[in-house]
Design a protein around this ligand. Structure first.
Ligand code: C2E
Ligand code: CA
Ligand code: CA
Length: 412
């Protein structure tokens, strides 16, 4: 695989468009701006073939939505299947609501969509967007694909830890706690993509080992914070539905926390909506036991699954986390804005606190404030960081760094 060169982050661009004149002009403009390799495809099927053959070599794609054969919307699924990790710029002459929903679809497919450009196009705008890339860590740090042997070897060698991403109270700007996110390295010290690693672990029956290890790390780190006078923060961690198949899980977790001297109410277990179709009676029993033991329960990535209010009300959740795709699209897309509003209304109805994920900009924070969202989490406040960095972050006035964007907003 080609090595990533941070000095020249966009080495190869793929133009997908059925208009030959457009392809020719854009290719010239890219070359004039120093992009080394420009690939072209006249429809989604040809582009999917290029991606499948060279999965880690394309840094950026410009994608026309309307094309014969396989169109841009269908191509999004192929890009996901190929594990495409570069950036994606959507281009279309369709109405802006079409562009906005395609952008949402791209983000739901886990693609790094850096924006949209209407047709007729401004070529310089396209180049500018492609060269600037996006704030997402996904593109700036491409990782080799994870395989089960590498995952098992890393697990065996304990190359697994928790990174912490701050959570901040919107009203006060104070640090409320952190979400623990699993991080695993391979033998070369390369960080694996967390989402891919977790999916693979789920598929190969290793997720329970990972979950327990993360729980142990979180408990230990939480004790260290308490020893340093930084108790009172809440820590959330992710659990997969399958761990609840073990009827002993709630008691085992409660016992571990009891032995640590910490309170179960300091811990939030995050579950996605996939819990709902999963073995309803067993998972409902496990969640009920966990709540009775004092743990908090969050419904994660809310809005991306298919649950409705009745199903949600069945489970004893304490918190709802609005998925980052809605927060990020809300400024440009009425549907996402409506999803945020509906999620908050639903949470209020069920007496759940609301956390907005993926808050990257002051505008997204302002949106959270307008909707009276309780807590926010996202790159605006901090990326997931090693425990030592989180400790310094927490010590720096329990979130002084986190306060500044909010203070700036409140002052404006
Ligand atoms: P998640 O639970 O939804 O975690 C939030 C993800 O969003 C994290 O990705 C985080 O780095 C990313 N994120 C946070 N703020 C922003 C932002 O402002 N912008 C953008 N673009 N992204 C943001 P990460 O760490 O790569 O984790 C991916 C997923 O892997 C997690 O999604 C979770 O579903 C899963 N995962 C991670 N650790 C564990 C674990 O210990 N157990 C289980 N079962 N799943 C885990
Ligand atoms: Ca989560
Ligand atoms: Ca989430």
């Amino acid at each position: 695989m080609r090595k990533f060169d941070p000095e020249k982050p966009v080495g190869t661009v793929l133009i997908i468009d059925d208009d030959p004149l457009f392809r020719m002009i854009l290719e010239q403009v890219f070359r004039a701006n120093g992009i080394g390799e420009v690939l072209v495809a006249q429809d989604g099927a040809i582009a999917a073939g290029i991606l499948a053959a060279r999965p880690n070599e394309v840094d950026a794609i410009t994608l026309d939505l309307s094309m014969p054969n396989l169109d841009g919307v269908a191509f999004l699924r192929h890009a996901k299947a190929a594990g495409y990790k570069g950036s994606l710029l959507l281009i279309s002459g369709e109405h802006k609501t079409v562009l906005a929903s395609a952008e949402r679809l791209a983000s739901m497919n886990g693609l790094n969509c850096i924006g949209t450009v209407p047709k007729p196009v401004d070529y310089n705008l396209i180049v500018q967007k492609i060269m600037q890339g996006s704030p997402s860590e996904r593109r700036s740090n491409p990782r080799p694909p994870v395989d089960i042997d590498r995952l098992n070897a890393s697990l065996l060698a304990s190359r697994l830890t928790a990174y912490y991403q701050p959570r901040t109270f919107v009203k006060t700007g104070r640090l409320s706690g952190a979400e623990a996110l699993a991080r695993m390295w391979d033998e070369n010290g390369t960080l694996m993509d967390a989402g891919e690693m977790i999916n693979l672990a789920e598929k190969h029956g290793r997720i329970t080992d990972i979950t327990w290890r993360i729980i142990e790390i979180v408990i230990e780190d939480c004790r260290q914070l308490a020893r340093q006078g930084l108790g009172g923060l809440d820590f959330s961690f992710n659990i997969s539905a399958s761990i609840l198949d073990n009827g002993q899980f709630p008691d085992q977790l409660a016992e571990k926390v009891r032995l640590s001297g910490l309170q179960p109410s300091s811990f939030i277990l995050e579950l996605t909506e996939s819990i709902i179709p999963h073995n309803t009676a067993a998972s409902l029993e496990a969640l009920t036991r966990l709540r009775m033991a004092g743990f908090k329960l969050a419904i994660d990535d809310f809005g991306t699954g298919l649950s409705n209010i009745d199903q949600l009300a069945m489970y004893p959740f304490t918190e709802l986390k609005i998925d980052k795709s809605f927060m990020q699209a809300a400024s440009t897309d009425a549907f996402s804005r409506a999803c945020v509003e509906t999620s908050v209304a639903l949470a209020r109805e069920l007496d759940l606190s609301v956390v907005a994920e993926g808050v990257e900009t002051p505008e997204e924070l302002e949106l959270a404030r307008l909707h009276a969202i309780d807590e926010v989490q996202g790159y605006l406040f901090g990326k997931p960081m090693p425990f030592a960095d989180f400790l310094s972050y927490a010590k720096a006035g329990a979130g002084r760094a986190a306060r500044s964007p909010l203070e700036a907003l409140l002052a404006s």
